[in-house]
Write a protein that binds this ligand. Structure first.
Ligand SMILES: NC(=O)c1ccc[n+]([C@@H]2O[C@H](COP(=O)([O-])OP(=O)(O)OC[C@H]3O[C@@H](n4cnc5c(N)ncnc54)[C@H](OP(=O)(O)O)[C@@H]3O)[C@@H](O)[C@H]2O)c1
Length: 325
């Protein structure tokens, strides 16, 4: 038997329970992985309440990403060996001791990449890589404002944008969060709880405005950030952690010759799995080389899942929140 965190009906984290379930058997062409760490993301807080854009059938386990050790290979598969360290991504279901998965959704971990670092890599770093390269067509030397800069998505965006040669302006709600963002490589910081975001971004770019905005927060920050974009700027719509989906005046996009660009990593993952695997391989290599340093906010047992969710819901996460089955 194995332990699994279960969401049995729509509700808050206090309704999650740890259950004992039979260890699943891999079918033909499948792999069973013993999960050593699972990454929690903001969207898990919506998924368990039935408020995410995708709906999981009950009961299900949260967590879309994980790292672990290959435990058993199904009939007819030669690509993986028991004992191999891997990371993987699924829509949900990783907060449990064992997952059975399609081998196209796992990658071997290079030497030197820790499982806890890899467990939280796919969603946030994968999104930043896809957003900046494919959606935002970032160029070296361009300026990027990252909102929610100390959260999971924001931290990954800072590191990836720096890696791609951008100048990064971290934007967050406290001095402590901005200090953390600068440790990750941000060139400047704007505290949007105290300062006018548009004016601050304009001032830091000599009045020109920023070339890209990476926005996982939405709400009241969106319009001032869009107003602070340069001619030809790209506004990357990543998420709405504030809980409020902004309504953007379309004239702003017209007068700036700018683009509002949607970023949807999980759909990208589904539609172009080969490209996604290549992107994640590159990210793993960057981690192995020490050029990306995924931060871990904290590790929680399955029994402490409500506490782990609370870190995200109370706006405290500074790096990845991991569940350790
Ligand atoms: N489009 C995609 O493919 C994709 C992929 C990954 C994530 N996302 C989305 O990106 C968003 C952020 O995810 P995340 O994992 O970075 O979350 P996170 O670690 O919890 O960070 C979210 C940040 O948003 C800010 N925030 C403002 N109001 C908030 C509120 N009411 N509750 C919580 N945070 C609030 C906080 O920064 P300050 O306190 O500094 O404002 C916080 O650090 C989510 O909406 C998620 O679904 C989208």
């Amino acid at each position: 038997m194995m332990r699994a965190l279960l969401c049995r009906q729509a509700g808050g984290p206090e309704t999650l329970t740890v259950a004992r379930l039979p260890i699943p058997e891999p079918g033909p062409g499948e792999v069973r992985v013993r999960v050593t760490a699972a990454g929690l993301n903001f969207f898990d807080t919506l998924l368990i309440r039935g408020k995410y854009q995708k709906k999981a059938d009950f009961p299900f386990s949260p967590c879309a990403e994980f790292a672990g050790i290959v435990d058993k290979i199904g009939p007819g598969l030669a690509r993986f060996q028991p004992g191999q360290r891997v990371m993987g991504w699924i829509g949900w279901g990783a907060a449990r001791e064992y997952v059975v998965i399609d081998p196209g959704q796992i990658l071997p971990l290079p030497d030197g990449v820790r499982e806890d670092a890899a467990a939280g890599l796919a969603v946030t770093y994968g999104t930043a890589f896809h957003a900046f390269l494919t959606r935002g067509r970032i160029q070296p030397g361009e300026s990027v404002a990252v909102l929610g800069a100390a959260g999971g998505a924001g931290q990954a965006a800072i590191e990836v944008a720096k890696l791609l040669g951008a100048r990064v302006i971290a934007c967050a709600s406290s001095a402590e969060k901005l200090a953390q963002a600068k440790l990750l490589g941000a060139d400047e910081g704007v505290n949007y709880a105290e300062t006018d975001l548009k004016q601050a971004l304009k001032a830091l770019t000599g009045g020109q405005g920023v070339d890209l905005v990476y926005d996982p927060v939405g709400g009241d920050l969106a319009e001032p950030a869009l107003r602070a974009t340069a001619w030809g700027g790209r506004y990357l719509v990543v998420g709405f952690a504030s809980g409020d989906i902004p309504k953007i005046p379309a004239n702003l996009v017209l007068v700036k010759g700018s683009s509002l660009v949607g970023v949807h990593w999980s759909e990208h993952a589904t539609r172009l799995p080969g490209l996604l695997a290549d992107e994640l391989r590159q990210l793993l290599d960057f981690v192995a080389q020490g050029r990306l340093k995924p931060q871990i906010h904290g590790k929680f047992a399955l029994e402490a899942a409500a506490q782990a969710f609370g870190v995200i819901e109370n706006r405290q996460a500074q790096g990845k929140v991991l569940l350790i089955p």
